[in-house]
Design a protein around this ligand. Structure first.
Ligand code: RAM
Length: 353
C-alpha cells in the first residue's frame, strides 16, 4: 500500500518557497495580498529541528539521530541531535528550554518520563515551537503527534508469545523493564498483561516486574536478583535494548541460557554474540534509523502546517512512502512506522544496526 513515489508535496520539499506559489497549505495561500498584510511568508523547508533522545548513550538513539539527519538533508532542514547522558526526564528539560530560546521550529523527543518534560514542552509550544514525540511518548497534551515504532498491542502480544513458546507455556517468568516512568515500556507491559489473560497462558505466572532504568549496571543487578529470588524462573521478557543485553550477559555468565528463555526488544548488533551462544533465540525491534527519519518528516510537516494532528491526514515520508495519522491502541494522534522486525539465529546476520 505504501508508495515509493514522492507525491506533489514531496516533490517541492527542499525548496524554500512562498506558500501561495506552491501547494496552498496555509491560511495565506491563494490570496493576492502583499506579504506585509498577509503576514510573513511560511517557508516549506529550512526548518530547525531539535531532536532530543532519552539519552545520547544508548545506540538506539544514535540510530534515530542518523535517520533524522538523513531526513533533514532530504527536506532541506537542519537537525540538532542532543540530550542528556543519563536516562532522565528532568535532565531533558534544559535541552527543551534551550531549543525554545534558540528559536527552533520543532522539537522531536523520546522521553523516559512524560510528566517531567510536559511543562517544559508546553513552555516551548507557547513560544511557537512545534512538538512531536516519538518512541517514548509524552503526555498527549504536550505534543501534536506521536510517532510510534509499531502498534503497542502487537508488540506487547508478540513478546509474550515469544517467551511462552520457549518456556513451553509453563512456569514462572519476569519482566525486566527500563525506568518505572517510561511510557513506551509501561504501555507494552499493559498489553503483555492483556495477552496473558488468554487461556493459552494459564500455566504461566508473571512473578515480578523489575526496573533496570535503561542502565547496564542496574539492569545486570536486577537480573541477578531475579535469578536469586526465583530459582525456578523459566523466562525473562526485557522490552528495552539495554535490559535485554544486560540480561543476556548475566544468563551467559551464570550458565543459565538453556534454562531461562530470554526475549524482548534488542538491537541486532548488541545481541549478536549472545544469539550465537544460544542466549537469545527470538526477539524483536524495528528499524531505528527509519523511526528517526519518519519522526523528522512528521515534525517537518507539522511546522509546514501540512499536518496538525487531525486523524486521517496523509503524507509521504520520503523513501518510506505514504503514512496516515491514526488512533492506535487508544492513543491519538499517532503515526505508526510499521510491523516489527523479528530476529532469530537464522536471520541475525542479515541485520547490521
Ligand atoms: C531502549 C529504550 C527505547 C526503547 C528500546 C526498545 O533503547 O528504552 O526507548 O524503544 O529500548
Amino acid at each position: 500500500m505504501r508508495k515509493r513515489k514522492l507525491g506533489l508535496f514531496g516533490m517541492v520539499i527542499g525548496l524554500v518557497l512562498a506558500v501561495a506559489s506552491t501547494v496552498g497549505l496555509t491560511a495565506s495561500a491563494g490570496t493576492a495580498k502583499p506579504a506585509k498584510s498577509a503576514g510573513p511568508a511560511v517557508k516549506l523547508a529550512g526548518f530547525k529541528i531539535y531532536f532530543i533522545p532519552k539519552t545520547t548513550t544508548i545506540p538506539v538513539f544514535t540510530q534515530n539521530g542518523i535517520g533524522a539527519k538523513e531526513a533533514a538533508t532530504k527536506l532541506g532542514d537542519t537537525v540538532t541531535y542532543n540530550g542528556p547522558t543519563d536516562v532522565s526526564g528532568a535532565k531533558q528539560v534544559p535541552f527543551i528550554d534551550s531549543a525554545a530560546s534558540q528559536g527552533y521550529d520543532a522539537i522531536v523527543i523520546s522521553t523516559p518520563d512524560p510528566a517531567a518534560v510536559a511543562p517544559a514542552l508546553k513552555r516551548a509550544t507557547d513560544k511557537g515551537v512545534k512538538v512531536v514525540s516519538y518512541d517514548g511518548d509524552t503526555t498527549p497534551d504536550a505534543r501534536t503527534i506521536f510517532v510510534a515504532p509499531t502498534t503497542n498491542k502487537g508488540i506487547g502480544a508478540y513478546q509474550v508469545k515469544w517467551v511462552a513458546s520457549q518456556m513451553h507455556f509453563k512456569g514462572q517468568f519476569a519482566i525486566l523493564s527500563a525506568t518505572p516512568t517510561s511510557g513506551n515500556q509501561n504501555t507494552w507491559i499493559k498489553f503483555m498483561k492483556l495477552e496473558l489473560k488468554k487461556k493459552a497462558y494459564k500455566n504461566m505466572t508473571l512473578v515480578k516486574i523489575a526496573y533496570g532504568n535503561d542502565n547496564p549496571t542496574d539492569s545486570a543487578k536486577q537480573t541477578q536478583s531475579l535469578l536469586q529470588a526465583y530459582p525456578k524462573l523459566k523466562g525473562i521478557i526485557s522490552p528495552t535494548t539495554v535490559g535485554i543485553q544486560a540480561a543476556a550477559q548475566e544468563l551467559q555468565q551464570e550458565g543459565k541460557c538453556k534454562s531461562v528463555a530470554l526475549t524482548g526488544l534488542g538491537l541486532p548488533n548488541d545481541m549478536r554474540k549472545y544469539v550465537k551462544k544460544g542466549c537469545a533465540k527470538k526477539f524483536g525491534l524495528w528499524n531505528e534509523k527509519d523511526l528517526g527519519y519518519l519522526a523528522t518528516y512528521v515534525a517537518h510537516y507539522v511546522v509546514a502546517k501540512k499536518l496538525d494532528g487531525s486523524l486521517g491526514q496523509t503524507f509521504t515520508a520520503g523513501r518510506l512512502g505514504k503514512y496516515k495519522v491514526v488512533a492506535s491502541d487508544g492513543n491519538k494522534p499517532v503515526v505508526v512506522l510499521g510491523p516489527p522486525l523479528v530476529f532469530t539465529p537464522k536471520n541475525i546476520d542479515k541485520y547490521h544496526f
